[in-house]
Each structure stands twice: as structure tokens, then as C-alpha cells.
Design a protein around this ligand. Structure first.
Ligand SMILES: NC(=O)c1ccc[n+]([C@@H]2O[C@H](COP(=O)([O-])OP(=O)(O)OC[C@H]3O[C@@H](n4cnc5c(N)ncnc54)[C@H](OP(=O)(O)O)[C@@H]3O)[C@@H](O)[C@H]2O)c1
Length: 182
């Protein structure tokens, strides 16, 4: 299973100065629980902020000589990173940032989206090219938490989207398993 996971605000923001635009530990805990024990596909800039790898992490970068921290592996394309992640046999989560969501969404069968119901200042937006409005919503739950920087309550809408026909990942069989011939 390949899934995307993202949190974005009402004005589409996902990042500010390399960090999240908000501080909502409960939402981050949801993310951590979701991706625990999965294989992760991540862009190099988001990787820079991550803690030591506790699971398989595949970092997409154009820098072939980039030295990564232990537990992380560099791949040159999103497709190569997805394939390496699938080959671990674990569920795969695409955890951003924007450029990685934009390239990986066709291969995702699910997208876990937290809509943060408020406008936040940011410098990185969730890409409008991801056509979530054409996907099916299979769950939708609202919870309200305190946003710590502003000390104001904010509603988080936890949604799961499904895409009926994800794109075939080169090198995989039709059930997203590694082709037997490899
Ligand atoms: N709200 C959320 O759910 C969420 C999730 C993740 C990230 N974020 C936020 O998003 C921001 C970072 O996102 P971002 O979009 O700026 O950066 P990013 O996607 O994390 O990383 C971009 C880097 O990935 C590599 N890359 C991207 N596309 C590639 C491709 N097609 N082929 C090869 N390499 C590729 C390049 O690395 P090189 O420069 O090394 O070549 C590029 O500079 C941060 O503020 C972070 O906190 C938010």
C-alpha cells in the first residue's frame, strides 16, 4: 500500500521556514502513529528536519554524493524511492514536501489529509496539481486542539481519500508487489 500523508491549512500552507506553520502536538502525534513501522519517502529538505531514522527512510535528492545520516538512503527519483520503499515489504507513506507530493500522488492509493481549519502564514503550499477533489473520501473526523503558538483553538479535520486507479509503478506487478522476475 502506498499512501500520501499531509496536513495543510485553509490557505493551502504546509510549511514555513522549513518547519510546520503551526504547533499542534496532537496532530503531529497522529502523523507519527500513522507512519510508525512504515517505509517513508521524503524530499531532501524535509529530511533535513527529521530525527534519526527509526524506520526505512528513502530520501529523494538530485545530489548523488549527498551523505545522509544513518538509516536514510538517497534516491535520484521519486519512482526509485517508491520502488525501494515498496521492496521493504512495509506499507509506504509519502511524507512530503510539496515537490514530492506533486510527483508521487499518481502512485498513491490513499491520501491521509489533515485539514487545519484556519489560515496560517507559510512559504510552502500543498500542490494544487494533486486532484484530491476527484478522489473518494472514506473517512472524515473533526477534532479541536489548542494551537500552541497562538494559544487559540483550531479544528483539525482528519480525512482519508482513496484513488481508484493509482498509476502502475515501474518495476511492480499489478498488486504493487515486486515483480517475481526481479
Ligand atoms: N504539513 C505537512 O504535512 C508537511 C509535510 C512535509 C513537509 N512539510 C514542510 O514542507 C517544507 C519542505 O517542502 P519542500 O517542498 O520545500 O521540500 P521537499 O519536497 O521536502 O524537498 C525538496 C528537495 O527534494 C529533492 N527533490 C524534489 N523533487 C525531486 C525530484 N523529482 N527528483 C529528485 N529530487 C527531488 C530536491 O533535493 P536536492 O536539493 O537535494 O536535489 C529538492 O530540493 C518544510 O517547511 C516542511 O516542514 C510539511
Amino acid at each position: 500500500m502506498i499512501a500520501g500523508i499531509v496536513a495543510f491549512s485553509s490557505n493551502g500552507m504546509i510549511g514555513l521556514n522549513g518547519l510546520l506553520p503551526w504547533e499542534i502536538p496532537e496532530e503531529f502525534a497522529y502523523f507519527e502513529t500513522k507512519v510508525a513501522n512504515a517505509a517513508l519517502v521524503v524530499g531532501r529538505q524535509t529530511y533535513e528536519l527529521m530525527f534519526p531514522a527509526e524506520t526505512d527512510c528513502f530520501v529523494v535528492t538530485t545530489q548523488p554524493d549527498l551523505v545522509l545520516r544513518p538509516g536514510y538512503q538517497a534516491l535520484a527519483t521519486v519512482e526509485q524511492a517508491l520502488l525501494a520503499a515498496v521492496q521493504t515489504g512495509k506499507d509506504v507513506y509519502v511524507i512530503g514536501g510539496a515537490s514530492i507530493y506533486a510527483a508521487a500522488w499518481p502512485y498513491c492509493e490513499r491520501f491521509y489529509v489533515t485539514r487545519i481549519e484556519g489560515e496560517f502564514e507559510g512559504d510552502t503550499k500543498f500542490p494544487e496539481s494533486v486532484p484530491l477533489d476527484q478522489w473518494t473520501v472514506v473517512s472524515d473526523e473533526k477534532k479541536t486542539f489548542m494551537e500552541r503558538q497562538s494559544s487559540t483553538p483550531v479544528t483539525c479535520r482528519f480525512m482519508e481519500y482513496r484513488q481508484q486507479l493509482p498509476r502502475f509503478l515501474p518495476g511492480m506487478d499489478c498488486k504493487n508487489r515486486v515483480a517475481q522476475s526481479e
